[in-house]
Design a protein around this ligand. Structure first.
Ligand code: GLA
Ligand code: ZN
Length: 676
């Protein structure tokens, strides 16, 4: 049975709607509704930044204008995604209750301004958000047009105020069973004589106190606490609306592999996953790069609940905060939007409906431009996409099946980037390396899940763990068990170095049993300067490697590749070990794309994972339900491409039988289906 995310059974198409900015222009508000219908938009997110309009003075509410907006949308069959307004606070709130303002890591207190910068711990902020959320919920609880709660906006950042410090200490007391000795051991505070003798001495990391890089355990605990406290605040907001409208699902718009928050934790408290995607199409990195980067993030979001998600924001045109604000070339709007759908989205939503005349986002792409017209390239793209989504509506609720998984661990990223050593440029390119491995599946048209270490690996033919620097004993056990039972795992350099508190494992890397799983020990790691390379020989081919070269020694593994230069010439660089009924691969150096490409070509064939032979820059993704399969064929290049699917399907937009060879125009996309 198909499960829809909201009670609306089709693709949501629409976006952020900020009528507050236009209250002086009633004719514009009227036109908005007319244009929304013309654009085949059926959903609007409202209220995101409405607090100072809804509650202009403390405890004095004004819902009149909002009633009208809600009524106009509802009576025109435009679904409402109703936001709680905590993302930006009214001035009166900050003036009267300064505790709601954030304190920066260096101890300086912020003054009123901007957005997304309140204290998550402040009892007053919690009280005030609960009040306004309750009022909103009570006012609109019976309105049939409201299909989803949009809780706040893009939670992020951290506060270092005294309230947060105290909450952090309480969090640690629980974590370390009230035992300072445990904490001192986990944080290795003997280093530089930093022993903690009283809980009150604990303070968040900051540039003029304990810099982030000094005590790794403190740093990852702080990051973990920030996620915990943000989620706690989010839950507080959710509780307020759920108390009144228990049947309306809730979402919070996430930001993809956004480093500061662990979405694997956050996601458990919302009903529906949604996220905001802003790829840099047509940038110097090339669209293939942008495409698999966006695909990776879509898959990450899809796998947060292993169900469809919502694309809550994307731009219909340009993104004003990117370094260079390029337009989407013809075709790209449809392609990028259907890419999200291909990877599991049941919506295409935009930031934003209409460009505001002022404010920093006045030049951000929007459906309606400053010319105020329901025509032009961008509007037509949006409208045509709306028509297409209506034709594809049966796809909503369908799921994605994957044989392959790449593990992405937010907390590992914190640990890896904060370590001192390796290449100290503050970025060990963990995300990039996860995407490099993912790309090898993507470019062969293989559905791939992006999962956390906590998931069941058993359902996959292969699980890839790029740079799993920080690994718990529990995860080590799981990896060993999965491999023993016939699974295939791929590991890379800089894996299995530290435990959850970032203490190095003793007894050789990778940690504990992983040495048996991979049949090797990694004795040292060499980091290379930017212009330095080594190479490895695999079969009769030589491959460039850069950045990191681990000096490994096989204990039982078969050596698939060896280094060709430097004093470690001849040492193993790629290894394969049989462990139980499974196989464990270890890639000890950061390879060029070619090394990974050839490595995965062989592995994917060996595992019998079905794949396509695709021209560069194209891909295929599938979704399915009980009796149908949906195939999305995508071309991210600026030239025509032919994709041979070796099977005939129905073109869902035309209803006609498609050729086996799909001819795609530049930035073209085709959605096909077949009975299962
Ligand atoms: C984010 C925010 C929006 C808007 C867009 C602009 O995603 O949630 O309010 O600022 O960025 O790209
Ligand atoms: Zn605070």
């Amino acid at each position: 049975m198909k499960k829809h995310l909201t009670k609306y059974q089709g693709f949501l198409h629409g976006g952020d709607y900020n009528p507050e900015q236009w209250l002086r222009y009633p004719e514009v508000l009227k036109q908005d509704i007319e244009f929304m219908k013309d654009a085949h938009c059926n959903a609007m997110s409202i209220g995101i930044f409405s607090w100072s309009f809804l509650e202009p003075e403390e405890g004095k509410y004004n819902f009149e204008y909002f009633d009208k907006i809600v009524e106009d949308l509802t009576s025109n069959d435009i679904n409402i995604v109703l936001a709680t307004p905590s993302g930006a606070r009214p001035r009166w709130l900050a003036e009267k209750y300064p505790e709601v303002l954030r304190v920066n890591a260096d101890g300086t207190k912020q003054i009123y301004g901007a957005r997304h910068n309140h204290c998550y711990t402040s009892p007053i902020y919690r009280e005030k958000t609960a009040n306004i959320n309750t009022k909103l919920a009570e006012r609109y609880k019976d309105n049939p047009g409201i299909i989803l709660w949009h809780i706040s906006n893009e939670y992020g950042g951290e506060c270092h105020c005294e309230l947060c410090q105290e909450a952090f200490r309480e969090y640690l007391k629980k974590k370390y069973d009230n035992d300072l000795d445990k904490l001192n051991h986990a944080w290795w505070t003997g280093f530089w004589s930093h022993t903690v003798t009283d809980w009150s001495q604990i303070h968040s990391p900051g540039p003029n106190g304990e810099p982030e890089y000094v005590i790794q355990g403190l740093y990852v605990d702080w990051k973990e606490f920030v996620t915990y406290q943000t989620a706690d605040f989010m839950r507080h907001e959710i509780n307020a609306v759920k108390a009144v409208t228990p049947d309306i699902p809730v979402t919070a718009n996430f930001m993809g592999p956004y480093q500061p928050l662990d979405y694997h934790y956050m996601s458990s408290f919302v009903d529906v996953i949604s996220w905001d995607s802003y790829p840099e199409w047509h940038s110097g990195r090339g669209n293939e790069h942008e495409a698999y980067t966006a695909a990776f993030a879509h898959d990450l979001n899809r796998c947060l609940k292993h169900q469809p998600f919502l694309l809550m924001e994307s731009t219909p045109s340009l993104t004003n905060w990117q370094n260079v604000c390029r337009l989407k070339k013809p075709g790209m709007h449809k392609l990028a939007s259907l890419q999200a759908v291909a990877h599991g989205s049941d919506s295409v939503m935009y930031f934003q409906w209409r460009k505001g005349r002022g404010g920093s986002e006045q030049h951000h792409g929007a459906v309606i431009d400053h010319n105020g017209k329901n025509s032009g390239r961008v509007f037509d793209d949006v409208k045509n996409l709306g028509i297409t989504l209506e034709k594809l509506s049966e796809i909503t609720g369908s799921i994605t099946k994957s044989d392959a998984a790449v593990v992405y661990d937010f907390t590992n990223k914190w640990a890896i980037d904060n370590a001192q050593g390796f290449i100290n440029d503050g970025n060990r390119h963990y995300n990039a390396e996860c995407k490099n491995h993912y790309k090898e599946f993507w470019k062969r048209g293989i559905n791939t899940d992006i999962i956390s270490v906590k998931e069941d690996f058993g359902k996959y033919k292969v699980v890839v763990f790029p740079m799993l620097y920080k690994v718990s004993e529990e995860t080590i056990e799981k990896i060993a068990e999965y491999t023993e039972n016939g699974g295939t795992v791929v590991f890379t350099y800089i894996s299995g170095y530290v435990n959850e508190s970032c203490l190095c494992y003793t007894g050789g890397f990778p940690a504990g049993k992983l040495k048996e799983v991979f049949g090797l020990v990694n004795n040292e790691i060499d980091s290379l300067h930017e212009n330095q390379t080594n190479s490895v020989k695999m079969g009769d081919k030589s491959y460039t490697v850069h950045d990191y070269c681990e000096l490994t020694e096989s204990t039982s593994a078969e050596v698939l590749a060896v280094y060709e230069h430097d004093f470690y010439k001849g040492m193993p660089a790629v290894l394969k070990n049989k462990y139980g009924r499974g196989e464990a691969y270890y890639i000890a150096a950061r390879g060029s794309g070619e090394l990974l490409s050839d490595f995965y070509e062989t592995l994917i064939k060996k595992l019998g994972i079905s794949s396509y032979e695709l021209p560069y820059g194209t891909t295929v993704q599938t979704r399915e339900d009980e009796d149908k399969k949906y195939i999305f064929v995508q071309n991210y290049t600026g030239s025509r491409q032919c994709v041979n699917l070796k099977e005939k399907y129905i073109n869902m937009e035309t209803g006609e039988a498609a050729e086996e060879c799909i001819e795609l125009e530049p930035f073209g996309v085709r959605v096909l289906c077949s009975k299962l």
